[in-house]
Design a protein around this ligand. Structure first.
Ligand code: BG6
Length: 466
């Protein structure tokens, strides 16, 4: 977890490959700005932005200021200057090994100038197809060995999807291991860094009322939903290769499902949380082949094929599937994961339906953990309607973080970068987790690829698909 005391802030250089891209502009640089402003990162934090084409620090800073202004944030000039002083641009041909040697010289020079050993973080904000060649170039240039005196480590930060299927995920993991050890690899799943997602472990471990009823005896169903009103937003190539299932279900939602269904470890530390997650991920099962039609849905919003200029495209922009876990705690509980683009609203939530005592097939209490757009927790409880009658009604007992006006907490990317800078891997996915999540997903992807489940067309702004 983030350690905010001054002693814990590690001096570091973050090299961002793809610094002029969308991810870096919208998420990474604003996150670094906010961390610097909040004084959470070391005074000795340096950023090297790698770009294939000519780029200047001024241009990058202008873009950052424009982004901050468009998200209605007041610009803190002191922090902007702080970042500007610590930013270097490295124009590189990523196929040219000699350019990686030049990058190493740049990192050495920055270290020499400040006379501090700096952890070296390499953030690959580039398409997944570029990961393996890039990691091998980084390794071949000796950039995987930490600072030039080799007494602090190098870390690799990569973004999901980690592969395209189980086979490519295994290859990617193997390729990365040739240059970076598992504990030096930080696989980012920014959903794990969302405040309410972290809250799942606290809700479960600190509330005996929930822990005691956590399982098939009391729970009727669980739904984890992440729908969005936006479409694919010009990410044509990425989306055509990825689709909704790989983009969100196989990664973000499967991770949340693991946190919801795992056995609670004795203490919440990096290793025990990862062990508990892997152990339940191993047990998650996709629908059986003969149930695929009734238990999985793939949809595409109307107008998608024109948008991507491919009339033949069968890429799904909506996906849902019902998973199961055949163990003593979860046997028989449907675990539904759902995601979609161009839906009627932006909503990320976990809905846990508890069985009615009199009629177990019906739901009574419902626990909703709201993740977006607002973070909060709602428990629907059954109470008597006041008066002479015996009628019963359901009322929500709710709590929203926004009600605590003075409360400020980091956004997901701030958390991800701060944790990676501090060497804390708790909120990152391990290779075992990634592989298990592909294993659980693969039967659905295979059945869909074989055309077992028909693609449903839906209107933009729909509230549901079929
Ligand atoms: C990303 C997906 O991982 O998550 C995007 O690639 C999606 O397609 C995004 O829009 C959603 O993230 P958030 O934090 O806005 O819910």
């Amino acid at each position: 977890m983030v350690k905010s005391s001054h002693e814990q802030r590690e001096p570091a250089i973050i090299t961002i490959f793809g610094v002029s891209g969308d991810l870096s502009r919208r998420k990474l640089l604003p996150a670094l700005y906010n961390l610097a402003k909040a004084n959470i990162i070391s005074e000795h934090t340096y950023i090297v932005g790698v770009s294939r084409r000519e780029l200047t620090v001024d241009r990058l800073i202008d873009d950052l200021e424009e982004h901050l202004t468009s998200s209605r944030r007041k610009i803190d000039q002191h922090t902007i200057n702080w970042l500007k002083d610590r930013l270097t641009i490295q124009v590189m041909d990523l196929d040219e090994q000699s350019d990686f040697k030049k990058l190493r010289d740049t990192l050495d020079r920055i270290e020499d100038k400040v006379s501090v050993c700096l952890s070296r973080l390499f953030y690959l904000a580039v398409p997944v197809s570029a990961f393996s060649p890039l990691v091998s170039m980084i390794g071949a240039a000796g950039l995987n060995k930490g600072c030039q005196h080799a007494n602090v480590e190098s870390r690799l930060l990569i973004e999901k999807p980690f592969g395209y299927d189980i086979k490519s995920a295994k290859l990617l993991i193997g390729d990365i291991l040739k240059s970076f050890k598992e504990h030096e690899t930080y696989r980012i799943d920014h959903y794990l860094a969302k405040e309410t997602v972290q809250n799942i472990l606290i809700l479960r471990s600190q509330n005996p009322v929930l822990e005691a009823s956590w399982g098939h005896k009391y729970i009727k169903s669980i739904t984890i939903r992440a729908i969005e009103s936006i479409g694919i937003e010009n990410r044509v190539d990425f989306y055509e290769q990825t689709g909704a299932f790989r983009d969100v279900i196989q990664s973000h939602l499967m991770q949340i499902l693991a946190l919801i269904t795992m056995e609670m470890p004795e203490s919440i530390n990096t290793d025990s949380v990862h062990r508990a997650k892997v152990s339940v991920l191993e047990q998650i099962q996709a629908p059986r082949r003969e149930m695929m039609v009734s238990q999985s849905v793939r949809g595409q919003y109307r107008g998608y094929t024109e948008e991507v200029d491919n009339t033949e495209s069968i890429t799904e922009t909506y996906a849902s599937a019902i998973f199961s876990i055949d163990n003593d705690r979860w046997r028989g509980v449907p675990l539904k994961l759902e995601t979609g683009k161009a839906m009627n609203e932006k909503l990320t939530e976990i809905v846990v339906e508890f069985k009615s005592r009199q009629r177990p097939e019906e739901a009574s209490n419902i626990l909703t953990v709201k993740i977006q757009p607002e973070d909060g927790v709602i428990l629907d409880v059954r109470v008597k309607v006041p008066g002479f009658g015996e009628a019963v009604e359901t009322i929500p007992v709710d709590f929203y973080y926004k009600e605590r006006k003075s409360l400020k907490y980091p956004d997901a990317y701030e958390r991800v970068i701060a944790d990676a800078l501090h060497g804390d891997r708790t909120l990152f996915a391990t290779s075992e987790e990634v592989l298990e999540s592909w294993r659980a997903s693969q039967p659905i992807l295979d059945a869909w690829a074989d055309g077992d489940v028909q693609l449903e067309l839906y209107e933009k702004g729909a509230s549901s698909v079929v």
